[in-house]
Design a protein around this ligand. Structure first.
Ligand code: AMP
Length: 483
Protein backbone atom coordinates (compact mmCIF):
# COMPACT_ATOMS: atom_id res chain seq x y z
CA UNK A 1 0.00 0.00 0.00
CA UNK A 2 1.17 3.48 -0.76
CA UNK A 3 0.60 5.76 2.21
CA UNK A 4 0.75 9.46 1.75
CA UNK A 5 0.97 11.49 4.92
CA UNK A 6 1.65 15.11 5.61
CA UNK A 7 4.48 16.86 7.36
CA UNK A 8 3.77 17.88 10.93
CA UNK A 9 4.86 21.43 10.43
CA UNK A 10 3.51 22.40 7.03
CA UNK A 11 0.31 20.72 6.01
CA UNK A 12 0.35 22.38 2.66
CA UNK A 13 3.25 20.08 1.80
CA UNK A 14 2.58 16.42 1.41
CA UNK A 15 5.09 13.68 1.33
CA UNK A 16 4.70 10.13 0.21
CA UNK A 17 6.19 7.31 2.21
CA UNK A 18 6.65 5.72 -1.16
CA UNK A 19 7.64 8.73 -3.15
CA UNK A 20 6.45 8.81 -6.71
CA UNK A 21 8.69 10.44 -9.26
CA UNK A 22 5.83 11.55 -11.51
CA UNK A 23 5.46 15.12 -10.35
CA UNK A 24 4.00 16.82 -13.40
CA UNK A 25 0.74 16.21 -15.18
CA UNK A 26 2.65 15.76 -18.44
CA UNK A 27 4.77 13.02 -16.91
CA UNK A 28 1.61 11.18 -15.95
CA UNK A 29 0.99 10.56 -19.65
CA UNK A 30 -2.39 12.29 -19.90
CA UNK A 31 -3.62 13.42 -23.31
CA UNK A 32 -3.02 16.98 -24.49
CA UNK A 33 -6.73 17.93 -24.32
CA UNK A 34 -6.78 17.04 -20.64
CA UNK A 35 -3.44 18.67 -19.86
CA UNK A 36 -4.71 21.90 -21.42
CA UNK A 37 -7.88 21.89 -19.29
CA UNK A 38 -5.90 21.16 -16.13
CA UNK A 39 -3.45 23.97 -16.91
CA UNK A 40 -6.36 26.36 -17.51
CA UNK A 41 -7.65 25.44 -14.05
CA UNK A 42 -4.33 26.65 -12.70
CA UNK A 43 -3.11 23.28 -11.44
CA UNK A 44 0.69 23.27 -11.51
CA UNK A 45 1.44 19.95 -9.91
CA UNK A 46 -0.58 16.82 -9.34
CA UNK A 47 -1.42 16.29 -5.67
CA UNK A 48 -0.02 13.15 -4.03
CA UNK A 49 -3.26 11.24 -4.43
CA UNK A 50 -3.28 12.22 -8.12
CA UNK A 51 0.39 11.24 -8.54
CA UNK A 52 -0.40 7.77 -7.30
CA UNK A 53 -3.95 7.09 -8.44
CA UNK A 54 -3.66 8.38 -12.01
CA UNK A 55 -0.86 6.01 -13.11
CA UNK A 56 -2.53 3.07 -11.34
CA UNK A 57 -5.82 3.69 -13.14
CA UNK A 58 -4.10 4.27 -16.47
CA UNK A 59 -2.32 0.95 -16.04
CA UNK A 60 -5.72 -0.70 -15.69
CA UNK A 61 -5.62 -1.50 -11.97
CA UNK A 62 -8.54 -1.40 -9.58
CA UNK A 63 -7.85 1.21 -6.89
CA UNK A 64 -8.80 1.44 -3.23
CA UNK A 65 -8.15 5.06 -2.29
CA UNK A 66 -8.37 6.31 1.28
CA UNK A 67 -8.73 10.05 0.90
CA UNK A 68 -10.97 12.90 1.89
CA UNK A 69 -12.31 15.77 -0.14
CA UNK A 70 -9.78 18.57 -0.35
CA UNK A 71 -6.94 16.28 -1.43
CA UNK A 72 -7.70 16.51 -5.15
CA UNK A 73 -9.26 13.05 -5.23
CA UNK A 74 -11.96 13.96 -7.76
CA UNK A 75 -9.41 14.83 -10.43
CA UNK A 76 -7.47 11.71 -9.40
CA UNK A 77 -10.22 9.52 -10.81
CA UNK A 78 -11.82 11.87 -13.37
CA UNK A 79 -8.64 12.62 -15.32
CA UNK A 80 -7.67 9.00 -16.11
CA UNK A 81 -11.32 8.21 -16.78
CA UNK A 82 -11.49 10.98 -19.38
CA UNK A 83 -8.18 9.81 -20.78
CA UNK A 84 -9.55 6.31 -21.30
CA UNK A 85 -12.56 7.76 -23.13
CA UNK A 86 -10.20 9.41 -25.61
CA UNK A 87 -8.94 5.94 -26.50
CA UNK A 88 -12.47 4.62 -26.86
CA UNK A 89 -14.40 6.98 -29.13
CA UNK A 90 -17.18 4.53 -29.98
CA UNK A 91 -20.61 5.97 -29.20
CA UNK A 92 -22.24 4.43 -26.14
CA UNK A 93 -25.25 2.29 -27.03
CA UNK A 94 -28.71 3.62 -26.19
CA UNK A 95 -29.54 3.43 -22.49
CA UNK A 96 -26.00 2.49 -21.52
CA UNK A 97 -23.01 4.34 -20.14
CA UNK A 98 -19.32 3.63 -20.46
CA UNK A 99 -18.45 4.83 -16.96
CA UNK A 100 -20.49 5.14 -13.78
CA UNK A 101 -19.63 7.26 -10.75
CA UNK A 102 -21.70 6.76 -7.61
CA UNK A 103 -21.76 9.45 -4.94
CA UNK A 104 -23.73 9.65 -1.67
CA UNK A 105 -25.24 13.12 -2.00
CA UNK A 106 -26.75 15.18 -4.76
CA UNK A 107 -24.34 18.02 -4.06
CA UNK A 108 -21.35 15.77 -4.46
CA UNK A 109 -22.76 14.19 -7.63
CA UNK A 110 -23.35 17.65 -9.13
CA UNK A 111 -19.89 18.75 -8.13
CA UNK A 112 -18.30 15.70 -9.76
CA UNK A 113 -20.38 16.38 -12.89
CA UNK A 114 -19.01 19.92 -12.97
CA UNK A 115 -15.44 18.68 -12.58
CA UNK A 116 -15.92 16.31 -15.52
CA UNK A 117 -17.16 19.17 -17.68
CA UNK A 118 -14.23 21.33 -16.60
CA UNK A 119 -11.51 18.75 -17.14
CA UNK A 120 -13.19 17.43 -20.29
CA UNK A 121 -13.92 20.76 -21.94
CA UNK A 122 -11.47 20.17 -24.80
CA UNK A 123 -12.85 16.78 -25.70
CA UNK A 124 -16.22 15.38 -26.62
CA UNK A 125 -17.46 13.35 -23.69
CA UNK A 126 -21.05 13.37 -22.55
CA UNK A 127 -21.92 13.40 -18.86
CA UNK A 128 -25.30 13.08 -17.16
CA UNK A 129 -25.94 13.62 -13.48
CA UNK A 130 -28.73 11.42 -12.14
CA UNK A 131 -29.92 12.51 -8.70
CA UNK A 132 -33.12 12.42 -6.71
CA UNK A 133 -35.17 15.58 -6.27
CA UNK A 134 -34.77 16.46 -9.97
CA UNK A 135 -37.34 15.78 -12.69
CA UNK A 136 -37.16 12.28 -14.20
CA UNK A 137 -37.99 13.33 -17.79
CA UNK A 138 -34.72 15.05 -18.75
CA UNK A 139 -32.74 12.25 -17.10
CA UNK A 140 -34.67 9.61 -19.06
CA UNK A 141 -34.15 11.51 -22.31
CA UNK A 142 -30.42 11.87 -21.68
CA UNK A 143 -30.02 8.20 -20.82
CA UNK A 144 -32.01 7.08 -23.85
CA UNK A 145 -29.31 8.42 -26.18
CA UNK A 146 -26.52 6.64 -24.29
CA UNK A 147 -23.93 8.58 -22.27
CA UNK A 148 -20.20 8.35 -21.75
CA UNK A 149 -20.27 9.07 -18.01
CA UNK A 150 -23.18 8.83 -15.60
CA UNK A 151 -22.72 10.38 -12.16
CA UNK A 152 -25.48 9.19 -9.87
CA UNK A 153 -26.77 8.86 -6.35
CA UNK A 154 -27.70 5.22 -5.73
CA UNK A 155 -31.44 5.59 -5.10
CA UNK A 156 -32.28 7.44 -8.29
CA UNK A 157 -30.02 5.19 -10.33
CA UNK A 158 -31.91 2.15 -9.05
CA UNK A 159 -35.19 3.84 -10.07
CA UNK A 160 -33.89 4.21 -13.63
CA UNK A 161 -32.50 0.70 -13.66
CA UNK A 162 -35.84 -0.66 -12.45
CA UNK A 163 -37.66 0.97 -15.35
CA UNK A 164 -34.97 -0.06 -17.85
CA UNK A 165 -33.91 3.48 -18.63
CA UNK A 166 -30.34 2.43 -18.04
CA UNK A 167 -28.55 -0.89 -18.31
CA UNK A 168 -25.06 -1.37 -16.98
CA UNK A 169 -23.90 -4.39 -18.98
CA UNK A 170 -21.63 -2.19 -21.11
CA UNK A 171 -20.11 -0.15 -18.26
CA UNK A 172 -16.37 -0.61 -18.23
CA UNK A 173 -15.39 1.64 -15.35
CA UNK A 174 -17.13 2.29 -12.03
CA UNK A 175 -16.14 4.68 -9.26
CA UNK A 176 -17.60 4.53 -5.75
CA UNK A 177 -16.87 7.91 -4.20
CA UNK A 178 -17.12 8.66 -0.48
CA UNK A 179 -17.95 5.04 0.23
CA UNK A 180 -17.99 5.52 3.99
CA UNK A 181 -20.67 8.15 3.73
CA UNK A 182 -22.67 5.80 1.53
CA UNK A 183 -22.37 3.31 4.38
CA UNK A 184 -23.54 5.86 6.93
CA UNK A 185 -26.50 6.75 4.74
CA UNK A 186 -27.57 3.14 4.35
CA UNK A 187 -26.65 2.89 0.67
CA UNK A 188 -24.53 -0.25 0.84
CA UNK A 189 -27.34 -2.69 -0.09
CA UNK A 190 -28.16 -0.45 -3.06
CA UNK A 191 -24.51 -0.30 -4.07
CA UNK A 192 -24.27 -4.07 -3.92
CA UNK A 193 -27.35 -4.41 -6.11
CA UNK A 194 -25.94 -1.97 -8.63
CA UNK A 195 -22.50 -3.62 -8.60
CA UNK A 196 -24.14 -6.98 -9.18
CA UNK A 197 -25.45 -5.88 -12.57
CA UNK A 198 -22.07 -4.65 -13.85
CA UNK A 199 -19.98 -6.81 -16.16
CA UNK A 200 -17.21 -8.81 -14.50
CA UNK A 201 -14.70 -7.34 -16.92
CA UNK A 202 -14.44 -3.79 -15.71
CA UNK A 203 -12.24 -1.46 -13.71
CA UNK A 204 -13.43 -0.47 -10.24
CA UNK A 205 -12.24 2.39 -8.06
CA UNK A 206 -13.41 2.86 -4.48
CA UNK A 207 -12.64 6.03 -2.55
CA UNK A 208 -13.38 6.49 1.11
CA UNK A 209 -12.22 8.84 3.87
CA UNK A 210 -12.14 5.98 6.37
CA UNK A 211 -12.07 2.21 6.02
CA UNK A 212 -14.65 0.67 8.37
CA UNK A 213 -15.09 -3.13 8.08
CA UNK A 214 -18.20 -2.84 5.88
CA UNK A 215 -16.27 -0.83 3.31
CA UNK A 216 -13.34 -3.21 3.47
CA UNK A 217 -15.84 -6.03 2.81
CA UNK A 218 -17.29 -4.13 -0.13
CA UNK A 219 -13.81 -3.68 -1.56
CA UNK A 220 -13.02 -7.37 -1.05
CA UNK A 221 -16.20 -8.35 -2.87
CA UNK A 222 -16.01 -6.00 -5.82
CA UNK A 223 -12.39 -4.98 -6.44
CA UNK A 224 -9.75 -7.23 -7.97
CA UNK A 225 -6.25 -7.04 -6.47
CA UNK A 226 -6.61 -3.28 -6.00
CA UNK A 227 -3.74 -0.88 -5.53
CA UNK A 228 -4.27 0.68 -2.11
CA UNK A 229 -3.41 4.34 -1.88
CA UNK A 230 -4.01 6.40 1.27
CA UNK A 231 -3.66 10.03 2.28
CA UNK A 232 -3.72 11.34 5.83
CA UNK A 233 -6.69 9.86 7.70
CA UNK A 234 -9.79 11.72 8.81
CA UNK A 235 -8.85 11.38 12.44
CA UNK A 236 -6.09 13.94 11.94
CA UNK A 237 -7.52 17.44 11.65
CA UNK A 238 -5.66 19.89 9.54
CA UNK A 239 -3.01 21.58 11.65
CA UNK A 240 -3.70 24.88 9.99
CA UNK A 241 -7.13 25.11 11.60
CA UNK A 242 -7.21 27.09 14.81
CA UNK A 243 -9.64 25.17 17.02
CA UNK A 244 -11.48 26.66 20.00
CA UNK A 245 -14.33 25.61 22.24
CA UNK A 246 -16.66 28.11 23.89
CA UNK A 247 -18.39 26.61 26.95
CA UNK A 248 -21.81 28.15 27.61
CA UNK A 249 -25.39 27.52 28.62
CA UNK A 250 -27.50 26.24 25.76
CA UNK A 251 -29.72 29.34 25.86
CA UNK A 252 -26.71 31.58 25.26
CA UNK A 253 -25.73 29.99 21.96
CA UNK A 254 -27.85 32.07 19.62
CA UNK A 255 -26.57 35.41 20.88
CA UNK A 256 -23.03 34.06 20.96
CA UNK A 257 -23.40 33.03 17.33
CA UNK A 258 -24.51 36.48 16.23
CA UNK A 259 -21.64 38.00 18.15
CA UNK A 260 -19.02 35.63 16.65
CA UNK A 261 -20.35 36.04 13.10
CA UNK A 262 -20.34 39.83 13.43
CA UNK A 263 -16.57 39.92 13.97
CA UNK A 264 -14.78 41.60 11.06
CA UNK A 265 -12.49 38.63 10.41
CA UNK A 266 -15.45 36.40 9.51
CA UNK A 267 -15.59 36.57 5.73
CA UNK A 268 -17.47 33.36 4.97
CA UNK A 269 -18.75 30.89 7.55
CA UNK A 270 -20.52 27.55 7.81
CA UNK A 271 -22.57 26.93 10.94
CA UNK A 272 -23.32 23.29 11.75
CA UNK A 273 -26.33 22.13 13.69
CA UNK A 274 -27.24 18.57 14.64
CA UNK A 275 -30.82 18.70 13.36
CA UNK A 276 -32.70 20.05 10.36
CA UNK A 277 -35.13 21.99 12.55
CA UNK A 278 -32.20 23.38 14.47
CA UNK A 279 -30.68 24.60 11.20
CA UNK A 280 -33.91 26.37 10.24
CA UNK A 281 -34.18 27.99 13.66
CA UNK A 282 -30.59 29.22 13.57
CA UNK A 283 -31.06 30.58 10.05
CA UNK A 284 -34.22 32.46 11.10
CA UNK A 285 -32.39 33.90 14.11
CA UNK A 286 -29.46 35.08 11.99
CA UNK A 287 -31.80 36.69 9.48
CA UNK A 288 -33.64 38.51 12.27
CA UNK A 289 -30.27 39.73 13.54
CA UNK A 290 -29.52 41.13 10.08
CA UNK A 291 -26.96 38.50 9.03
CA UNK A 292 -27.52 37.19 5.52
CA UNK A 293 -27.68 33.42 5.64
CA UNK A 294 -29.10 30.33 3.99
CA UNK A 295 -29.79 26.82 5.23
CA UNK A 296 -29.02 23.55 3.56
CA UNK A 297 -30.27 20.22 4.86
CA UNK A 298 -32.18 17.11 3.88
CA UNK A 299 -35.66 18.62 4.23
CA UNK A 300 -34.96 21.41 1.75
CA UNK A 301 -35.94 20.83 -1.84
CA UNK A 302 -33.16 20.30 -4.33
CA UNK A 303 -33.71 23.73 -5.87
CA UNK A 304 -33.60 25.41 -2.43
CA UNK A 305 -30.35 23.61 -1.69
CA UNK A 306 -28.84 24.61 -5.00
CA UNK A 307 -29.93 28.24 -4.52
CA UNK A 308 -28.48 28.46 -1.01
CA UNK A 309 -25.19 26.93 -2.11
CA UNK A 310 -24.92 29.18 -5.16
CA UNK A 311 -25.59 32.30 -3.04
CA UNK A 312 -22.97 31.19 -0.55
CA UNK A 313 -20.42 30.53 -3.28
CA UNK A 314 -20.89 33.84 -5.02
CA UNK A 315 -20.91 35.81 -1.77
CA UNK A 316 -24.55 36.94 -1.70
CA UNK A 317 -24.86 35.29 1.69
CA UNK A 318 -22.04 35.18 4.20
CA UNK A 319 -23.29 32.34 6.35
CA UNK A 320 -24.47 28.86 5.41
CA UNK A 321 -26.25 26.89 8.12
CA UNK A 322 -25.99 23.18 7.46
CA UNK A 323 -26.55 19.77 8.92
CA UNK A 324 -23.81 17.20 8.43
CA UNK A 325 -25.64 15.38 5.70
CA UNK A 326 -25.86 18.34 3.35
CA UNK A 327 -22.34 19.52 3.77
CA UNK A 328 -20.27 16.56 2.61
CA UNK A 329 -20.01 17.59 -1.00
CA UNK A 330 -19.47 21.26 -0.34
CA UNK A 331 -16.19 22.49 -1.75
CA UNK A 332 -16.21 26.25 -1.33
CA UNK A 333 -13.06 28.30 -1.21
CA UNK A 334 -12.36 30.95 1.36
CA UNK A 335 -14.44 29.67 4.28
CA UNK A 336 -12.80 31.57 7.12
CA UNK A 337 -14.82 30.04 9.96
CA UNK A 338 -16.61 26.83 10.81
CA UNK A 339 -18.92 27.19 13.79
CA UNK A 340 -20.28 24.13 15.51
CA UNK A 341 -23.48 25.52 16.98
CA UNK A 342 -23.96 22.05 18.38
CA UNK A 343 -21.23 19.47 18.73
CA UNK A 344 -21.70 16.38 16.60
CA UNK A 345 -22.51 13.14 18.40
CA UNK A 346 -20.24 11.26 16.00
CA UNK A 347 -16.68 12.44 16.67
CA UNK A 348 -15.48 11.84 13.09
CA UNK A 349 -18.08 14.37 11.96
CA UNK A 350 -16.18 17.04 13.86
CA UNK A 351 -13.11 16.39 11.73
CA UNK A 352 -15.16 16.43 8.55
CA UNK A 353 -16.95 19.62 9.56
CA UNK A 354 -13.88 21.65 10.45
CA UNK A 355 -12.24 20.51 7.23
CA UNK A 356 -14.64 22.83 5.38
CA UNK A 357 -12.22 25.59 6.27
CA UNK A 358 -8.45 25.67 5.66
CA UNK A 359 -8.90 23.98 2.30
CA UNK A 360 -6.03 23.64 -0.12
CA UNK A 361 -3.40 25.00 2.18
CA UNK A 362 -5.31 28.03 3.49
CA UNK A 363 -5.83 28.62 7.21
CA UNK A 364 -9.11 28.75 9.07
CA UNK A 365 -10.82 28.96 12.44
CA UNK A 366 -13.17 26.39 13.95
CA UNK A 367 -15.22 27.47 16.97
CA UNK A 368 -17.41 24.96 18.78
CA UNK A 369 -20.18 25.94 21.16
CA UNK A 370 -20.49 23.37 23.91
CA UNK A 371 -23.19 23.30 26.57
CA UNK A 372 -23.20 21.04 29.60
CA UNK A 373 -25.17 18.31 27.83
CA UNK A 374 -22.46 18.05 25.18
CA UNK A 375 -19.49 17.44 27.49
CA UNK A 376 -19.34 13.79 26.53
CA UNK A 377 -19.28 14.66 22.83
CA UNK A 378 -16.37 17.01 23.44
CA UNK A 379 -14.49 14.27 25.30
CA UNK A 380 -15.05 11.86 22.39
CA UNK A 381 -13.79 14.44 19.89
CA UNK A 382 -10.69 15.23 21.92
CA UNK A 383 -10.00 11.53 22.25
CA UNK A 384 -10.28 11.09 18.48
CA UNK A 385 -8.02 14.01 17.56
CA UNK A 386 -5.61 13.16 20.35
CA UNK A 387 -5.50 16.56 22.03
CA UNK A 388 -7.49 18.93 24.20
CA UNK A 389 -9.07 21.85 22.40
CA UNK A 390 -8.50 25.25 23.98
CA UNK A 391 -11.68 26.32 25.74
CA UNK A 392 -13.10 29.47 27.32
CA UNK A 393 -16.26 30.29 29.31
CA UNK A 394 -18.30 28.00 31.54
CA UNK A 395 -21.55 26.09 31.56
CA UNK A 396 -23.24 28.43 34.04
CA UNK A 397 -25.85 26.88 36.28
CA UNK A 398 -26.43 24.02 33.78
CA UNK A 399 -22.97 22.67 34.59
CA UNK A 400 -24.11 21.66 38.07
CA UNK A 401 -26.82 19.38 36.69
CA UNK A 402 -24.77 17.57 34.10
CA UNK A 403 -21.93 15.28 35.01
CA UNK A 404 -20.87 14.79 31.42
CA UNK A 405 -23.53 12.23 30.59
CA UNK A 406 -24.71 11.93 27.02
CA UNK A 407 -27.97 13.59 26.04
CA UNK A 408 -30.82 11.09 25.99
CA UNK A 409 -31.02 9.00 22.84
CA UNK A 410 -27.63 10.06 21.58
CA UNK A 411 -24.70 7.87 20.73
CA UNK A 412 -21.12 8.64 19.99
CA UNK A 413 -20.46 5.66 17.82
CA UNK A 414 -20.92 5.40 14.08
CA UNK A 415 -24.64 4.81 13.62
CA UNK A 416 -25.82 1.29 13.10
CA UNK A 417 -27.04 0.21 9.72
CA UNK A 418 -30.77 -0.03 9.26
CA UNK A 419 -32.57 -3.21 8.31
CA UNK A 420 -32.93 -3.82 4.63
CA UNK A 421 -36.03 -2.50 3.00
CA UNK A 422 -35.31 -1.94 -0.60
CA UNK A 423 -34.10 1.37 -1.87
CA UNK A 424 -32.49 3.68 0.67
CA UNK A 425 -33.96 7.09 1.05
CA UNK A 426 -32.09 9.89 -0.59
CA UNK A 427 -31.83 13.12 1.26
CA UNK A 428 -34.51 15.70 0.45
CA UNK A 429 -38.14 14.75 0.26
CA UNK A 430 -39.86 17.23 -1.97
CA UNK A 431 -39.54 16.97 -5.68
CA UNK A 432 -38.46 20.02 -7.56
CA UNK A 433 -37.87 20.59 -11.18
CA UNK A 434 -34.20 21.33 -11.18
CA UNK A 435 -32.74 21.60 -14.65
CA UNK A 436 -31.26 18.51 -16.18
CA UNK A 437 -27.62 18.29 -15.44
CA UNK A 438 -26.93 16.65 -18.76
CA UNK A 439 -24.46 18.31 -21.03
CA UNK A 440 -21.63 17.58 -23.29
CA UNK A 441 -18.41 18.14 -21.41
CA UNK A 442 -17.15 20.19 -24.30
CA UNK A 443 -20.03 22.63 -23.94
CA UNK A 444 -19.99 23.51 -20.30
CA UNK A 445 -16.48 23.35 -19.05
CA UNK A 446 -16.66 26.62 -17.18
CA UNK A 447 -19.28 25.33 -14.79
CA UNK A 448 -16.99 24.23 -11.98
CA UNK A 449 -15.03 27.43 -11.66
CA UNK A 450 -16.92 29.04 -8.78
CA UNK A 451 -15.89 26.45 -6.25
CA UNK A 452 -12.27 26.33 -7.11
CA UNK A 453 -10.37 29.35 -8.25
CA UNK A 454 -8.70 31.08 -5.28
CA UNK A 455 -6.85 27.96 -4.22
CA UNK A 456 -5.20 27.38 -7.53
CA UNK A 457 -1.43 27.34 -7.72
CA UNK A 458 -1.20 26.55 -4.05
CA UNK A 459 -0.06 23.34 -2.60
CA UNK A 460 -2.93 21.17 -1.42
CA UNK A 461 -3.70 20.27 2.16
CA UNK A 462 -5.88 17.43 3.35
CA UNK A 463 -9.28 18.41 4.55
CA UNK A 464 -12.28 16.56 5.86
CA UNK A 465 -15.87 16.71 4.93
CA UNK A 466 -19.11 16.89 6.68
CA UNK A 467 -20.63 13.93 8.02
CA UNK A 468 -23.05 11.24 8.14
CA UNK A 469 -26.61 11.24 9.17
CA UNK A 470 -27.54 8.35 11.39
CA UNK A 471 -28.74 5.77 9.00
CA UNK A 472 -31.24 3.06 9.07
CA UNK A 473 -30.40 0.70 6.27
CA UNK A 474 -28.50 -2.44 6.77
CA UNK A 475 -26.54 -4.86 4.77
CA UNK A 476 -28.36 -7.10 2.41
CA UNK A 477 -26.91 -9.99 0.51
CA UNK A 478 -25.79 -9.00 -2.94
CA UNK A 479 -27.89 -10.51 -5.66
CA UNK A 480 -24.87 -11.25 -7.68
CA UNK A 481 -21.33 -10.95 -6.48
CA UNK A 482 -19.25 -9.53 -9.21
CA UNK A 483 -15.76 -10.39 -8.11
P1 AMP B 1 -11.31 17.44 -4.16
O1 AMP B 1 -10.44 16.76 -3.16
O2 AMP B 1 -11.47 16.65 -5.40
O3 AMP B 1 -12.61 17.86 -3.53
O4 AMP B 1 -10.55 18.78 -4.62
C1 AMP B 1 -10.40 19.90 -3.78
C2 AMP B 1 -10.02 21.15 -4.53
O5 AMP B 1 -8.69 21.05 -5.04
C3 AMP B 1 -10.89 21.47 -5.73
O6 AMP B 1 -11.30 22.82 -5.61
C4 AMP B 1 -9.99 21.30 -6.93
O7 AMP B 1 -10.28 22.24 -7.94
C5 AMP B 1 -8.61 21.56 -6.36
N1 AMP B 1 -7.52 20.79 -7.01
C6 AMP B 1 -7.58 19.50 -7.47
N2 AMP B 1 -6.39 19.13 -7.97
C7 AMP B 1 -5.53 20.19 -7.84
C8 AMP B 1 -4.16 20.41 -8.17
N3 AMP B 1 -3.40 19.47 -8.73
N4 AMP B 1 -3.63 21.63 -7.87
C9 AMP B 1 -4.39 22.59 -7.29
N5 AMP B 1 -5.70 22.45 -6.96
C10 AMP B 1 -6.28 21.25 -7.21
Amino acid sequence: MVFIGHEKRGLSRFFCFERHSLTTFTALGLAEAILRAVAEEGYDTPTPIQQNVIPAVMAGHDVLGIAQTGTGKTAAFVLPLLNSLLDNKERPAERTCKALILAPTRELANQIGQCIRTYGKHMRASVTVIVGGAAMGPQIRALSRGVDIVVATPGRLLDHMGSNHIKLFGTQMVVLDEADQMLDMGFIPAIRRIMGTLPLKRQTLLLSATMPPAIRALANDFLRSPKEIAVAPAARPVDKIEQRVMLMESGAKRDALVSVLSQPDVSRAIVFTRTKRGADRVEAHLESAGLSSGAIHGNKSQSQRERALASFKDGRIKVLVATDIAARGIDVDGISHVINFELPNIPESYVHRIGRTARAGASGIAISFCDASEKAFLRDIEKLIGKAIESSGDFGHQGRHHQGERPAGSHAKRPAARPAHGKPKEQGKRKSASPSATASASQSGHAAKDGATPMKRRAMGPAGHAAPKPSSAGPRRPHNRAA
